[in-house]
Design a protein around this ligand. Structure first.
Ligand code: PHE
Length: 453
């Protein structure tokens, strides 16, 4: 069936449409919310370098592999893996890799939606003028009160899930493509504006220094794992999102070139977010390591005190929510595609089911910030556990298997045909990375974390 030319869900209308959608998936809360706070928790510059190395040596080769697998299979990740395993005379159990992705997607979206809900609530906060002229303390109090309220978070989590499901219900080109077209450029512009504000503070260089000054004594095995996990998370790798987007990619488009563009844009957005946030952190004597609330405790100070802050603040949180939305639709798309293809459901119905399950799981994250904050499994709250399990374990394991599959299991002539690289040396470089470098790097990081090396 690999010869049928199109996925049954439709196709991206152009190369640009794919680039936008894949960038939409990659750029999200991971860049603006997560990257700054984990950089803060892991000591700054050295962590950033490890993360950049991971993007380059592990992320990009695996992203090429995942898109390629998706385009060849042209269906949901479970079906794609089953089909390509058969085509390569490999073990049918490879289809479990698709399952791993679908489950990871649910788990990630369950907490992703809660955080996106924080963004929604902050649109209203800025709108009502809660932050105008506010200093660090006031902003902190607003954040803490919000964290203490399960009901408010539940409300916004519900709104976000409903919106996500209604976009996904409209399908690939109608829903997904349209949503991301104007959003990425606008977000980029606003980040530049925030960086300009950060430059106007006295702590700009202190912030930059924190972000780029490499002190490797701060790096531990766990922080390398976090950096690697984040490379997967931020590029949407290892769980079938990029695979399913690849499935909607027309044949003649160059996978390698588009991947490099997407990964480059994603990295740039993360670095800009860091450059905007850390100067504000230091300027207001906040702690870089203050965790998941970091952007919600820093950026409102900027908006509360800069000219036009009300307008830009609303715009920023609106764009943050849109960036989250264009990622969340890719988190749920593998499951929806699977339900539609194999359970004979309509797209709408599949969305309702997938959304309901995710919504329910999200309660665990909401409660972990208040009524369950003392409830710990392996020393972690529900949110922390979900984050660790998905970003640090499931995505790297998924990515590792994708590399092995593309490098060792698939027939090389199939890979060559899909990638159709003009320069044959590029193919060799990619193959070397995906066969040896990327899997070995993931493996070594795991060995180090479990204490073997
Ligand atoms: N890449 C997204 C972000 O950075 C999150 C994501 C992870 C999306 C995995 C899809 C799949 O916010």
């Amino acid at each position: 069936m690999t010869d049928s030319n199109k996925s049954s869900h439709g196709e991206w209308s152009s190369r640009m449409a794919f680039i936008l959608a894949a960038t939409g998936s990659a750029v999200g809360l991971g860049n603006i919310w997560k990257f700054p706070y984990i950089t803060g928790e892991n000591g700054g510059g050295a962590f950033v370098i490890v993360y950049l190395m991971c993007v380059l040596l592990i992320g990009i080769p695996i992203m090429i592999a995942e898109t390629m697998i998706g385009r060849r299979g042209k269906r949901n990740p479970i079906g794609t893996m089953a089909l390509l395993a058969k085509e390569s005379d490999a073990d049918p159990n490879w289809h479990y890799l698709g399952w791993l992705g679908v489950v990871a997607g649910f788990l990630i979206l369950s907490y992703y939606s809660v955080i996106a809900g924080w963004g929604l609530s902050y649109i209203l906060n800025v709108f009502t003028g809660s932050f105008s002229g506010a200093g660090g303390e006031k902003v902190q109090t607003i954040f803490n009160d919000f964290m203490a309220s399960p009901l408010q978070q539940l409300f916004w989590h519900t709104v976000f899930m409903v919106v996500t499901m209604s976009v996904v219900a409209r399908g690939v080109t109608e829903g997904l493509e349209r949503a991301v077209q104007w959003l990425m450029p606008a977000l980029f512009f606003l980040l530049l504006l925030l960086v300009a504000y950060a430059m106007s503070t006295n702590s700009y260089f202190k912030g930059l220094n924190f972000l780029f000054n490499t002190d490797f004594s701060k790096i531990t095995g766990q922080s390398v794992l976090t950096a690697m996990g984040h490379a997967f998370f931020t590029l949407s790798l290892g769980m079938g999102a990029i695979m399913v987007y690849g499935a909607y990619l027309p044949k003649d488009i160059s996978i390698a070139r588009t991947t490099v563009i997407v990964a480059g844009a994603d990295t740039l957005v993360a670095l800009l977010a860091g450059m905007a946030i850390f100067p504000i952190v230091f300027e207001n004597n906040l702690q870089p390591g203050s965790g998941p609330g970091l952007i919600f405790q820093t950026l409102p100070i900027a908006f509360g005190n800069m000219t036009g802050g009300w307008f830009f603040g609303i715009l920023f949180f609106v764009l943050l929510v849109f960036a989250a939305l264009s990622s969340s639709i890719s988190l749920i798309e593998p499951a929806v595609a699977w339900l539609v293809e194999t359970r004979n459901m309509t797209r709408q119905r599949a969305c309702v089911w997938a959304g309901a399950v995710t919504w329910l799981l999200g309660l665990g994250t909401i409660f972990s910030f208040n009524i369950w904050s003392e409830f710990k499994i392996f020393d972690r709250t529900v949110f922390e556990l979900l984050d660790y399990l998905t970003a640090n374990l499931m995505l790297p394991i998924g990515g590792f298997c994708i590399a092995i599959f593309a490098g060792w299991v698939m027939k090389q002539e199939h890979c060559k045909k899909e990638l159709h690289l003009t320069n044959p040396h590029y193919f060799e470089v990619w193959r070397f990375l995906v066969c040896y470098v990327s899997p070995a790097a993931v493996f070594l990081v795991f060995l180090n974390v479990v204490g073997v090396i």
